[in-house]
Design a protein around this ligand. Structure first.
Ligand SMILES: *Cc1c(COP(=O)(O)O)cnc(C)c1O
Length: 375
């Protein structure tokens, strides 16, 4: 079965092998050397001043960011399940909250964010997804962050990059905290979360909040290449292998470029067979299709063609399907996915099979190679 869900994503063979080595004790020079090397590579990937790894899923990092970096009122964008979660976290940790709500296909607007900031002077942090995975939607986070900072540089910008870090280059100039999780673009099993922090964020954290998710104690320890509590040693070993694998592949730049090409080619291929891309601003992490037959297509993909794609949640249950674009995906697998979707439409009697999807994918993906050579 091909795992094509936008998290968890497949773990490469060499990464699984690296994690199969005998367990290490975390308070040893051997593990500290691995931790140090991982930290160095993470700082490069995030391009932030500081980075922290937590033994938690992505939601743990969201909670750590909100509780340590918002001291009064959180403005958050809710255009899907994960944006909504920021609101639940704010309430759970005893903060005031202001919600900006959108339909799941609609990106947040700078004007709405600015209007909310003008209307509520107690807002001291803004939280938003870079890619809202519920609908495969890309928010204009960099533009929003720049506007927030121009309005008041003291307001902290928290960006959930769980399906963006490792997918595309994020300009963090105006972002104070960017969050990543192991099981999405970083091609690992779930259980490790990461936060990239600006120097201003580290200052605002001060003595930190909470106990396990106290970022001050983690920053202090992790600067010495150790952790406040037992490190997720196996996942850190795996993360170093992932980051080295990306480097051997040609670096993050090549990964971002290939991901963008592949995501665009998949969208073109599916549009060519009459399907519709759901978000008005699609993220590169996944291709999201809304369709009356979404549930039937997903079942056929799984049962007849061995492809596992994700569905939708809440009001989008049975109405969309989401195809992963994160990680180092072998091209032949993606070609099989678009081909299987075309076959599924034929089985549903929607259109006769003629190979349009895989042909369009190949033509778009290889368009620079397929131009006729000058003689
Ligand atoms: C998956 C995801 C999360 C939550 O991560 P968990 O690891 O399930 O806690 C948060 N935000 C986004 C955008 C995600 O895609």
């Amino acid at each position: 079965m091909l795992l094509f869900t936008p998290g968890p994503t497949p773990v490469p063979e060499n990464v699984r092998q690296a994690m199969a080595a005998v367990s290490m004790h975390h308070r040893t020079p051997e593990f500290e050397a691995i931790f140090k090397a991982t930290r160095k590579r993470l700082l490069e990937l995030f391009a932030t001043d500081e980075v922290v790894m937590l033994a938690a899923t992505g939601t743990g990092a969201m909670e750590a960011a909100v509780s340590n970096l918002c001291h009064h009122t959180l403005l958050y964008v809710n255009a899907g399940k994960f944006g909504e979660r920021f609101g639940h976290i704010a309430t759970a940790v005893g903060l005031e909250r202001v919600e900006l709500r959108y339909e799941w296909d609609t990106p947040a607007s700078v004007d709405d964010v600015m209007a909310a900031l003008h209307a509520n002077r107690d807002i001291d942090a803004v939280a938003i997804q870079i890619c809202e995975s519920a609908g495969g939607l890309r928010h204009p986070v960099e533009t929003i962050a720049a506007a927030v900072k121009a309005f008041n540089p003291e307001i902290t910008v928290i960006a959930d990059g769980i399906t963006a870090i490792g997918v595309e280059r994020i300009d963090v100039s105006h972002i104070d905290c960017v969050i990543a999780g192991s099981q999405k673009a970083l091609m690992l099993p779930p259980g490790l979360a990461m936060l990239g922090l600006s120097n201003a964020a580290v200052v605002k954290i001060g003595a930190g909040k909470g106990y396990y998710f106290n970022l001050a104690s983690e920053i202090q320890k992790q600067r010495q290449n150790t952790t406040a509590y037992t490190a997720a040693t196996t996942l850190v070993v795996g993360l170093l292998e992932v980051l080295e694998t990306i480097e051997r592949y040609g670096g993050a730049g090549k990964l971002y470029c290939d991901t963008a090409r592949r995501a665009k080619a998949v969208r073109f291929a599916l549009e060519a067979i009459g399907l519709h891309s759901y978000p008005t601003m699609p993220a590169k992490a996944m291709t999201t299709i809304d369709d009356v037959d979404a549930a039937a297509i997903r079942t056929l993909l799984k049962e007849d063609f061995g492809v596992n794609v994700a569905g939708g949640q809440d009001h989008l249950k049975g109405k969309i399907f989401r195809i992963n674009q994160m990680g180092l995906i072998p091209l032949h697998e993606t070609v099989w996915v678009v081909n299987s979707i075309e076959l599924s439409l034929a089985l549903l009697g929607r259109r006769p099979y003629d190979g349009t999807a895989s042909r369009t994918f190949n033509e778009e993906y290889f368009k620079n190679k397929l131009v006729p050579k000058e003689t």
